[in-house]
Design a protein around this ligand. Structure first.
Ligand SMILES: [Zn+2]
Length: 608
């Protein structure tokens, strides 16, 4: 049988549109065909995807997911996923691919270090590309541009909008988009420019991925939020509860040298509380599932961080140790938050570093310097301890940290309260003119031991021992007295004080930022308990764009900052008039055991 030209054209066209769909899914392709290169992996050769990688790879290669976003840490196999995807679209489902790196140099480096070894080690890919060499072009252009039957792969720098012009592609990939210059030139956003290049295709694919940088600048966080926001949920090996691995649930103990004890490292199940170690990880991942927060509308977005990784450098023990190293040094902290947690770093404009404030430590001329008019105590309540600090106040709210300590034990038990009572009643501090005691005490009641805090504070209200409760609104007044008048409530009749925590934190931060003495300045004594840990806690929070103070790292410690707030609240509730004390040359101290009068300074006895 023979056909005329027109018939032949119809047959050819039919063959073209009836061409069988790609036979392999992305996962099948990776596991059955793909070869890892020694440049990109410690184990070269055939590979098997880890369970958590399968769904993302399928979304990157399928026919119905238009947009795929990865917010990620380092060492989660993302570069390999991109190589698999590139190989897939060259051999299984040929089409043109635009691959954007932050700059031309990075594009060239990526082509040399990642794409060329992938082509070399995957025979199907090298066969496809080898058949269409680019003749007579410079080496650099040959490196960043590959021709094959069905398309062109081009690797470009995103910094220049012209790199996105005049190119029509079905697949566009944006790598490390948080490293892209923002709105280069006046042609607008490069992600939009890149996406526009795929508009002609009903089956287009736009993939962007990045390790985040800072919250203010991060594009990947915004792109993730535009998608359906999938997170990897793993079943607890003890109770079966599906949950995400959260850094705040990573638990470990330290030895007497402050080193992480490897055997103690594990995640606590949020349901049953059992701590499981890394040996359970693989089985949990095999039974794991990606769960989206929002319905799928063509945009799959994935979040993954180092705890899910199988890399020998990302074990849970490594993560614990890296955190310990980073937590007292903001220079290490941002890389930790970005490359280990996969989260944006939230930066105050004027960032205070622990080491910067630590340099302000000074030798006091007396245990309590002469300008101190009154001592307050702030107490933080945790389920296994009380942390306390005593602060001296002078005119203009200049303050001197005097002493601090931890009382170990559950505040549900009487013993810790007896010890706290002992400190309030009996600790005396040497002022040039008197032995001073704590005048007013503020105890945080917001933890899990509210009832026990009230049991301690209510009988001692007349001795200025106050239960404090943080107000949730940003602009709450500094302190407000409250009495529980609900007769059916278990705390009926108790008095407590609402504290405008957000407002007071502004004041404390102002004091921390000051470089020289004056109103609000905070002094720190050269004492061993004012150590690196303390100073990392006091700068553990930052102020968000919305004006609310929040902890930089979920699960990080901020007690020193909180206790500073409680101290100020106690001073305010007690109604101490520092200006008047200064004018009258008086100091205020409670339950003074011995009175000394020197240099004309008088003491006021306490009592309401
Ligand atoms: Zn559990």
């Amino acid at each position: 049988m023979s056909f005329n030209r027109q018939q032949q054209a119809i047959i050819d066209f039919s063959r073209h549109i009836l061409r069988p769909k790609p036979k392999l899914t992305g996962t099948e392709f990776a596991n059955e065909k793909f070869q890892l290169s020694p440049e990109s992996s410690s184990e070269a050769g055939r590979m098997t995807l880890h369970p958590y990688q399968e769904e993302p790879i399928n979304c990157m290669t399928d026919q119905h997911t238009e947009f795929v976003t990865f917010q990620k840490s380092a060492r989660v196999g993302y570069s390999i996923s991109l190589n698999i995807t590139t190989a897939y679209f060259i051999t299984q489902d040929p089409c043109s691919i635009l691959f954007a790196q932050p700059t031309d140099d990075e594009a060239y480096g990526y082509a040399t270090d990642s794409i060329e070894p992938m082509i070399r080690d995957n025979p199907d890919v090298s066969t496809a590309i080898g058949s269409k060499p680019i003749r007579g072009k410079a080496k650099k252009e040959k490196t960043v541009k590959k021709l094959y039957a069905g398309g062109i792969l081009e690797i470009v720098g995103a910094h220049s909008p012209k790199n996105f012009r005049r190119r029509t592609v079905r697949v566009a990939v944006g790598d490390e988009i948080d490293g892209w210059e923002i709105g280069a030139g006046d042609e607008g956003d490069q992600i939009k420019l890149m996406t526009k290049r795929t508009n002609d295709f009903y089956n287009r694919k736009v993939i962007v991925g990045s390790t985040p940088t800072t919250l203010q600048k991060s594009r990947i966080v915004k792109e993730y939020e535009k998608g359906d926001q999938r997170k990897r949920h793993l079943p607890c090996p003890f109770c079966g509860e599906y949950h995400t691995l959260e850094f705040e649930n990573l638990k470990y103990e330290k030895d007497e040298n402050g080193e992480v004890i490897d055997e103690s490292v594990g995640f606590a199940c949020p349901k049953c509380g059992v701590i499981y170690n890394q040996s359970y990880h693989k089985e949990m991942d095999i039974n794991g599932k990606w769960i989206a927060k929002k319905p799928f509308k063509g945009h799959a977005s994935f979040f993954i961080w180092a705890a899910y990784s199988y890399s020998a450098k990302s074990t849970w023990v490594h993560i614990a140790k890296e955190y310990e190293e980073a937590k007292s040094d903001p220079i290490l902290m941002q890389p930790f938050v970005n490359t280990v947690l996969g989260l944006p770093y939230e930066d105050n404009k004027e960032t205070l570093t622990p080491s910067h404030i630590m340099k302000k430590k000074e030798d006091y001329e007396h245990e309590v310097p002469k300008n101190v008019r009154v001592l307050t105590m702030g107490v933080d309540t945790q389920n296994d301890r009380l942390e306390w600090e005593i602060v001296g106040w002078g005119v203009g709210h200049e303050s001197w940290k005097i002493d601090r300590g931890i009382i170990y034990g559950d505040p549900a038990q009487q013993a810790v309260w007896t010890e706290l009572e002992n400190i309030i009643e009996n600790n005396e501090y040497e002022h040039p003119h008197a032995k001073m005691k704590v005048y007013a005490t503020g105890i945080d009641s917001g933890g899990g031991r509210t009832t026990h805090v009230y049991a301690f504070t209510n009988p001692r209200l007349h001795r200025r021992v106050y239960a404090l409760k943080g107000a949730s609104t940003i602009d709450a007044p500094e302190v407000t007295r409250r009495i529980n008048r609900d007769v059916n409530h278990k705390h009926y009749g108790t008095t407590f004080f609402m504290v405008g925590v957000n407002r007071i934190k502004d004041l404390v931060w102002t004091g921390l930022e000051m470089e020289s003495r004056g109103n609000w300045y905070i002094h720190f004594p050269r004492k061993p308990m004012y150590d690196k840990d303390y100073f990392s806690q006091i700068v553990a929070e930052y102020k968000t764009d919305k004006g609310r103070w929040e902890i930089r790292i979920k699960g990080g410690r901020n007690e020193a900052f909180d206790i500073s707030v409680s101290n100020y609240a106690a001073l305010r509730i007690a109604g101490v008039d520092l200006a008047r004390l200064e004018r009258d040359n008086k100091i205020l101290t409670a339950n003074v055991s011995r009175l000394k009068k020197k240099s004309g300074t008088r003491e006021l006895s306490s009592g309401i």
